[in-house]
Design a binder for this molecule. Structure first.
Ligand SMILES: C[S@@+](CC[C@H](N)C(=O)[O-])C[C@H]1O[C@@H](n2cnc3c(N)ncnc32)[C@H](O)[C@@H]1O
Length: 455
């Protein structure tokens, strides 16, 4: 045990308010679960233990008993992992739900995520990549360019609270700083409660979305009641004083509109290796970690290896993050997406970058239709980047003589593993390469990429 950790040092996570567990036990933790908890076998039963790391012996309290598994929380670390971080840099770690792994060294976090992917592929998909490629890394702190901050009015806690939700709870952790948030937003955290308190109906602002491009940063205030002219003036002044765009959202996503500046410059990020600039609005889906995204697009293109005479299919294309770089290196790209607003942005992005060899189409790629109109076009290569639910319906509709090469970008190992099973065992692809990517350091999210090749 490291000398700075005594037997009775409680893990940070155990500090938050909670009922005393009725029953405790000692466990040896084998590995990390996909949600960041430790996995142990206690009397032969799988047990998930929050706050415990692989290789640790812990005393834990039971919180949930189910037929097939139990769950609990570490009370005491008896033997600590050498990878345990004793003093996570963020004072809110353990309460705030924004991070789950600050108590684990960064290198160990990404190795554990690789292990989660490896086991998911083996157990769920019954597949093994022929090569593991080194994880793709980026900055460990200050990387998060997009987030939704919760706002609550809690008079007995001093009024307005702004922050992320607590882990597995609906309470807000009021934050005066955040180590993973882009500093352009982290610096505003101590002053946002004061701003909202001065509005006419402070308790009618439930959330603030933050979104940044390379040069511009924006705040989107959701408001449930109309704002007064004085509210507008206060918000405008805040934007001017802190050089941040202010947008308002009185209703659904379609209601979002700028307050200051009246005609703000678009949010945008560049992918310089591909001579592409992607513009987006503050509520569009974009990858949260710009640095890792740049490397991810580069690796995806290396693996897919598009050629000037090849036609490419890009499924779940969003604002064109992979589409436009692919178009630069191929004959043509057909790109599909369900969200009409994102498609509109993607088309505008292609035009702005003078890219004309792309056709964007709207399609529900989850629909269980027997005929997929997008499959009428023969393509040599496919890139897909689905949401957590994966892409099984789209994959099932690949034609028998489908693409020779597929790059699958995934934000959820379990669905990548399920879909890999189908690609390998039903369609005959080989899983040539896989890697994890450190898109969300200190959180439990695991982003990964896999290359499938048809002989
Ligand atoms: C992980 S994002 C990837 C977006 C884009 N490739 C990027 O890198 O920014 C997944 C995308 O799938 C889209 N999507 C979700 N469900 C869909 C469906 N059923 N059919 C088509 N697109 C869908 C979302 O709107 C989102 O743009």
């Amino acid at each position: 045990m490291p000398e700075h950790l005594t037997q009775d040092t409680p893990p940070k996570r155990s500090r938050r308010r909670q009922k005393k567990p009725a029953e405790t036990a000692i466990a040896f933790v084998d590995k990390l679960n996909y949600d960041g908890s430790g996995v142990a076998r206690v009397n032969g039963k799988v047990t998930f233990i929050e706050g415990a790391l692989p290789g640790e012996r812990v005393l834990f309290g039971y919180e949930k008993r189910r037929e097939s598994y139990d769950a609990g929380r570490a009370i005491e670390i008896i033997t600590a992992s050498p990878d345990r971080v004793l003093n996570p840099p963020c004072p809110y770690f353990g309460t705030c739900g924004g991070c789950a792994l600050q108590h684990f060294q960064s290198d160990a976090q990404i190795s554990a995520k690789e292990q989660v992917l490896r086991e998911s592929l083996e157990h769920i998909g019954k597949v093994r990549p022929e090569n593991w490629v080194a994880p793709l890394r980026g900055p460990a702190w200050g990387y998060r360019r997009k987030a939704r901050l919760g706002v609550r009015h809690v008079p007995k806690k001093g009024g307005i609270l702004v922050g992320f939700r607590e882990h597995k709870r609906s309470f807000i952790t009021p934050l005066a700083d955040c180590k993973i948030l882009d500093p352009r937003f982290a610096r505003l955290l101590p002053i946002l409660p004061g701003l909202i308190s001065q509005l006419s109906r402070p308790n009618r602002i439930p959330q603030i979305e933050v979104a940044a491009g390379d040069h511009e940063a924006a705040l989107v205030f959701r408001h449930l009641d109309p704002l007064t002219p004085q509210d507008h003036e206060r918000l405008r002044r805040f934007g001017q004083d802190h050089t941040v765009q202010i947008h308002l959202q009185p209703g659904g996503l379609e209601s979002v509109h700028p307050l200051w500046p009246e005609q703000p410059p678009s949010l945008a990020y560049r992918l310089p290796e591909h001579d592409v600039e992607i513009q987006f609005t503050p509520t569009d889906f974009t990858q949260v970690n710009a640095d890792v995204n740049r490397r991810m697009v580069g690796r995806a293109l290396d693996w897919l290896d598009p050629q000037p005479n090849e036609r490419i299919l890009d499924l779940f294309c969003g604002v064109g993050n992979f589409t436009l770089p692919l178009a630069r290196r191929s004959l043509s790209v057909v790109a599909l997406e369900w969200d009409a607003a994102l498609l509109e942005r993607a088309r505008a992005n292609a035009a702005r970058n003078s890219i004309t060899n792309v056709e964007f189409r709207r399609a529900d790629l989850d629909a269980e239709a027997s005929h997929a109109p997008w499959n009428d076009d023969r393509v040599e290569k496919l890139l897909l980047d689905p949401p957590r639910s994966g892409a099984i319906e789209a994959i099932k509709r690949l034609p028998a003589d489908g693409p020779q090469r597929i790059v699958y970008v995934s934000c959820y190992p379990a669905t990548l593993a399920r879909d890999s099973d189908y690609l390998v065992h039903a369609l005959g692809y080989r899983l040539m390469r896989a890697c994890v990517m450190d898109m969300f350091p200190h959180t439990a999210h695991a982003e990964s990429m896999a290359l499938f090749v048809r002989e």
